[in-house]
Ligand binder design. Structure first.
Ligand code: 0PR
Length: 382
């Protein structure tokens, strides 16, 4: 498409957009079952739109917004059992993970840095490894899909700059044995990063509801950083990932001086320069509005729905759970999986089966009636 010479009237442009995007699935279309995102909370949308011009790339211009980001990091730290943490709201879990690996690498003196991570880790670490020149050492999984801690230990070398544990794996929502990884990290003096991009806004509340899930946060002394994404179960608008470090030295190790900004010079640790203050304000507003109890109710519903759905899958002849759910994710295999996937997609379902199973994520927009319709279609297809 060519860059247009003459502009078109507003209404016409909006209509063109509406036409083209009408083929998109939206979170209100009752069809998306395989996404870790959701319809943002109405308050977050309102705040996001109101403060759309705030740029945390130049925080001196927006000191109020800078203060709000500090308070968000304080609140996330508190949720994660850390008295004082250091971090940012960033573009997503990918940037958060990259920042953690970058901090570990910059603080190590290895010339051939290596990162040990579970085979279940998200592909954002592949980007991190490539960009940062860090070799990825993949650790094996146990039969229950958690990382094999003995294999992690066997892979530690003089070049190990860090270990990664996952609290809510992308495919299955499994939580690694973070307490054991933390002990290992302490024993060998290596920092542990926990990728709780998904689980960060689930586990604290699920634990409070009585679900038996291992500790995963800064309570464990070996944990030096955590990724926790508001734009997943936090119900914030995209983009909003979160990174929290236990110590200031990590943030310092990745900070670059931005000397000439309109609001005065600052040290910048994020990958992005110009970045949305509106995201941060929306996260702050949501946390203040929902509180721990509000998120707990959202998680209660999601967890209960996932257990009910897992029970329905168990009753089926030609479908099997990959494993018992830990968080609000249920993954199952079927006979003739790729044919089943194609048939369900043809019926309009937003699911994927590229990992060898279908993953359902019980996000806040997922309702029981949606799932009943899906199960009906699934039974039909099977
Ligand atoms: N860490 C974990 C454990 C993740 O699951 C993800 C994303 C990330 C990091 C990276 O986060 P960002 O995508 O925010 O950078 N996992 C989801 C996935 O791959 C991302 C996603 C979200 C995919 C919505 C599809 C979708 O519709 O499943």
């Amino acid at each position: 498409m060519k860059f247009p010479r003459e502009g078109r009237p507003r209404e016409e442009v909006l209509e063109m957009l509406e036409n083209i995007t009408s083929i998109d699935l939206s979170f209100s279309s009752d069809r998306i079952l395989g996404s870790m995102c959701t319809m943002p909370h109405p308050l977050a949308i309102e705040v996001f739109c109101r403060y759309i011009d705030r740029n945390l790339g130049d925080p001196g211009l927006h000191p109020g917004t800078r203060r709000i980001e500090k308070e968000v990091i304080e609140m996330l730290s508190d949720l994660l059992h850390l008295e004082k943490g250091y971090g940012h709201i960033v573009s997503g879990g990918t940037e958060a993970n990259i920042l953690a690996v970058r901090a570990f690498r910059n603080l190590s003196d290895s010339e051939r840095p290596e990162l040990i991570l579970p085979k279940s880790a998200h592909f954002s670490f592949i980007k991190a490894g490539e960009m940062l020149g860090v070799k990825l050492i993949w650790a094996e999984l146990n039969p229950d899909y958690t990382v094999d801690v003995r294999d992690v230990e066997a892979k530690i070398s003089d070049n190990t700059i860090g270990i990664v544990g996952i609290a809510g794996t992308t495919g299955l929502g499994v939580v690694d044995d973070i307490p054991a990884l933390s002990d290992l990290a302490r024993e060998y003096g290596i920092p542990l990063h926990v990728d709780a991009a998904f689980g960060g806004f689930v586990i604290p509340f699920a634990k409070a509801l009585g679900y038996d899930i291992p500790d995963f946060d800064f309570k464990l002394k070996g944990v030096e950083s955590i990724t926790i994404d508001p734009h997943k179960m936090g119900m914030a608008p995209i983009p909003a990932g979160g990174i929290v470090f236990r110590r200031k030295k990590y943030l310092k190790a990745i900070s670059v001086l931005a000397p000439y900004l309109a609001g005065g010079k600052v040290w910048q640790a994020t990958i992005t320069g110009t970045r949305p203050g509106a995201s941060v304000l929306a996260v702050w507003a949501l946390i203040r509005h929902l509180g721990f109890e509000g998120y707990k109710e959202i998680v209660r519903r999601a967890m209960e729905l996932s257990r009910w759905f897992a029970g329905e899958i168990k009753k089926m002849q030609n479908a099997w759970l990959v494993r018992e759910p830990v968080l609000n994710i249920v993954s199952f295999k079927t006979k003739n999986l790729s044919r089943v996937e194609r048939a369900l997609k043809a019926k309009g379902w937003g699911i994927s089966a590229h990992r060898g199973y279908i993953r359902i994520v019980f996000m806040p927009h997922v309702t029981k009636s949606m799932l009943e319709m899906f199960l009906k279609d699934l039974r039909g297809v099977l």
